[in-house]
Design a protein around this ligand. Structure first.
Ligand SMILES: Cc1ncc(COP(=O)(O)O)c(C=O)c1O
Length: 386
């Protein structure tokens, strides 16, 4: 069908893609194109020379670098949390979190962590990595779900679980439909029923939060959650995952998550780069994000002007709603023939029969590239391909 052929690209990920011939790329989640900045690349290269690439072992055994310490402190402070711990990717962070909170581990006589009674309550549209992390938990016994973004649905489930130790798992910006939940209300319900809350903020980290940007209120609500997870793949544009929260819990994750003791962590240059970029976007040059969001708003208007059926949300995660999986792959191929890469998201990334083409604007896209996408889409609409 055309999606099995993994594309090969010989340049830094971003607005274009390819080897000999470059095409316009709307697939990269490296939203801000920061690796192309000289200062960011210098930071990555300097850290590589200082620390190397290979870690030499897991963080529990071999330890971490000052770059990791700086990153974890910087991100924890930015998110308003006491401490943070990093993992190789956001997926590993999610797996480590659920493992830590769900398992019972006996370290030696008299020293154990007993979490066999903890139950998890997920938003139905939670990311694949979160569902994967909970695969070993029996649905209906230790794992429950509620309708997407429904505060009432969450409350109904929590009411039935009264008396149990509960962890509620939601996201800040859902990447397929681009929605942001009513975060204050979600956290209010968690607090009312004594549940811990875990927000996967892979998509909105460093993009949303400040008072002058959209979704400030929701992000203030998110800061009230017990734990916040971020991925460095999106706005930061590198690789890694990080969980921020209360210091005693974060410290315990070193041992009980399994993901710090049995696998490699964030590469040191990525840790140095994440600390650098977090300070850059949060404090030194927040206008990078403001300019990007203004560009997203213009792009969104252009798509609406030609009546593209896009998701009804103003986050930077925009999708063209297609529905049928086969049609979605055909459209992907049709755009490719026009020199545009717009990735199809099918089950299990999207719901069955809910396939979308996800369009991620990159800060480096030119007006010509954007207008070309709009012109091609307009033609596809007229030809009833869309
Ligand atoms: C909501 C959400 N959580 C987790 C992840 C996984 O992050 P990573 O790619 O760092 O493993 C993603 C990645 O796209 C995501 O969108």
């Amino acid at each position: 069908m055309g999606v099995g052929n993994v594309p090969v690209s010989g340049i830094i990920p971003g607005p274009q893609h390819g080897t000999d011939k470059l095409i316009t790329n709307f697939a990269s989640v490296n939203l801000l194109n920061l690796q192309r900045r000289e200062d960011v690349m210098d930071c990555l290269v300097d850290a590589t020379r200082q620390y190397g690439l290979g870690s030499g072992g897991t963080r529990v055994i071999q330890g971490i670098t000052p770059a990791h310490v700086d990153m974890e402190q910087t991100v924890a402070e930015y998110l308003g949390k006491e401490a943070a711990i990093s993992f190789a990717t956001g997926t590993v962070a999610n797996i480590g979190f659920v493992n830590a909170m769900a398992s019972t581990q006996q370290f030696m006589a008299g020293v154990a962590m007993v979490n066999r009674d903890v139950v998890f309550v997920y938003d139905r549209d939670a990311h694949w990595s979160l569902w994967k992390a909970a695969e070993g938990l029996k649905f209906g016994e230790r794992l429950f779900s509620f309708p997407h973004n429904s505060v009432e649905g969450l409350e109904e489930v929590l009411k039935k679980l009264k008396g149990k130790r509960v962890v509620v798992v939601i996201e800040s910006v859902y990447s397929i439909d681009g929605t942001v939940p009513a975060m204050h209300e979600m956290v209010d319900v968690c607090e009312k029923y004594g549940a811990l809350s875990y927000v996967d903020d892979a998509n909105g980290f460093l993009v949303y939060g400040p008072a002058h940007r959209k979704f400030h209120k929701e992000y203030e609500g998110m800061r009230r959650a017990t734990f916040i997870m971020v991925s460095m793949k999106k706005a930061v544009g590198l690789e890694g995952g990080l969980i921020a929260g209360p210091k005693d819990a974060i410290d315990s994750f070193e041992l009980i998550s399994g993901a710090s003791s049995f696998t490699a962590g964030v590469l040191a240059p990525a840790a140095a780069g994440t600390a650098y970029i977090t300070k850059l976007l949060a404090y030194r040059e927040p206008e990078i994000v403001d300019d990007y969001l203004a560009k997203v708003a213009d792009f969104r208007k252009k798509m609406l002007d030609v009546e593209l059926p896009i998701t009804d949300t103003e986050t930077c995660f925009t999708s063209v709603v297609v529905g049928d999986e086969r049609k979605c792959v055909e459209l992907y191929n049709a755009y490719l023939e026009e020199g545009i890469r717009v990735p199809p998201y099918l089950y299990p990334a999207a719901r069955r029969g809910g396939a979308v083409l996800r369009i991620i604007l990159n800060a480096g896209h030119t007006d010509e590239q954007i207008d070309h996408f709009i012109d091609v889409s307009k033609r596809f609409l007229a030809e009833k391909k869309l």
